[in-house]
Design a protein around this ligand. Structure first.
Ligand code: HEM
Length: 369
């Protein structure tokens, strides 16, 4: 597609698909011509939003200048320098999770890659530990899609999603109210004490943080172990022969946890010779852009020492992932500690089941010693 029809109109989904790095990059960086505001989407994409729940205004769904206000108050907290101070705590939480793995076989997804990001973001937000299981249930319900393999209907998924959204909204509203005069350094207190946001926006912020960072980081961790096993480099990473951080960047490029992002054209524009009209919905395929031969040498090859590696797995432009530095630290600490803890670890790559939303696996069984 990248070669034959790089800017392609999908009649069924009634939207444009972009596959080239330069086109995806252009759409993500030109926020004047391509908006993130989903309320401006036409009927084509209504199915994404018509679950009856009100869509909370968050940084990810607005354009500048409002975007600056919704992101500006928290930006500093996610800078690599600020997060470095928090790294020992990430190590401690990762160690506790590893302590709970016993026997000689475990499911890497269920027992490690899923809980780790939830525990860390819950801690950063300042959620009491006893509510974390509930947290996971809510976030699963909010991202659930009807599944061909199960009997869940679209209606049931929507109802559960609405219910989770309401329960979570009420829960955050309570915590925000309790902490509005607080002095703690957790993110709920930060949101509750800023003058920049309305209470609704504060709730939206808390929910966004919970959703944006969980399944994405789970997929990064899972895809990393999958790639390392597939290419037989787990030991080379353990011994430092291959740089861990660089290998993780290549996983982000090669198996990007988020494969696509949507935007809406706000004016008529031309993209690689195609005329796009105001109101048209555009899907930029990060996964395809990250394998564009115009941008990457041997893009279909997994090269753990690829450098430079200017992938756009975290997006680009004003909406560039707020949590990218956190996700990088989590993945780095996770593999450093996991490979240190287990002398050998072998992932079973037979019969892998991809997850339905995003790019990751349902489970990844590992044998270790
Ligand atoms: C935005 C990917 C982890 C919070 C984004 C975007 C991408 C992305 C592609 C751009 C969305 C757009 O342009 O519409 C990822 C990946 C992750 C990850 C691949 C893990 C490997 C995290 C974590 C957090 C987080 C751990 C928070 C704790 C956010 C937020 C935004 C965002 C708040 C919205 C930023 C804005 O609109 O200004 N992420 N993310 N992400 N991400 Fe992440």
């Amino acid at each position: 597609m990248r070669q034959e029809s790089p800017v392609h109109f999908d009649e069924q989904r009634e939207r444009w698909d972009l596959f080239r790095y330069d086109d995806v990059n252009r759409v993500l960086t030109d926020h004047d011509s391509f908006t993130s505001d989903r309320s401006r989407m036409g009927t084509a994409s209504a199915s994404d939003t018509e679950d009856g729940g009100s869509i909370l205004q968050t940084m990810i769904s607005v354009d500048p200048p409002d975007h600056n206000r919704l992101r500006g108050f928290v930006n500093e907290r996610f800078q690599p320098g600020t997060l470095r101070d928090y790294q020992p705590r990430i190590e401690e939480l990762t160690g506790t999770l590893l302590d709970q793995i016993d026997g000689t076989t475990f499911d890497f997804v269920d027992e490690f890659a899923v809980p780790l990001p939830v525990i860390i973001i819950a801690e950063l937000l300042g959620i009491p530990a006893e509510r974390r299981d509930q947290f996971k249930e809510w976030s699963d319900a909010l991202i659930a899609r009807p599944d061909d393999r199960s009997t869940t209907t679209v209606k049931q998924v929507r109802e559960r999603r609405q219910q989770a959204q309401q329960e979570m909204g009420r829960y955050f509203a309570e915590l925000l109210a309790e902490r509005q005069n607080g002095t703690g350094d957790d993110l709920i207190t930060l949101a509750a004490t800023t003058d920049e946001l309305t209470r609704e926006e504060q709730i939206g912020f808390c929910m966004l943080l919970l959703l944006a960072g969980n399944i994405t980081t789970t997929n990064l961790l899972t895809n990393a172990l999958w790639c390392f096993e597939e290419h037989g480099i787990t030991d080379a990473i353990r011994t430092g022969k291959i740089d861990r951080k660089q290998a993780i960047e290549e996983v982000l490029r090669y198996r990007s946890p988020i494969q696509s992002l949507d935007r809406i054209a706000v004016e008529d524009v031309e993209l690689s010779g195609q005329r796009i009209q105001a109101g048209d919905v555009i899907t930029g395929w990060l996964g395809a852009a990250n394998r564009d031969p115009e941008r990457f040498d041997a893009p279909e090859a997994f090269r753990p020492e690829r450098s430079p590696n200017r992938h756009i797995a975290f997006g680009t432009g004003v909406h560039y992932c707020l949590g990218a530095p956190l996700a990088r630290i989590e993945a780095d600490v996770a593999f450093e500690m996991l490979l240190d803890r287990f002398e050998t670890i072998e992932a079973d790559l037979t019969d892998l089941q991809p997850i339905h939303s995003l790019y990751g696996l349902e489970s990844l069984i590992c044998h270790y010693e």
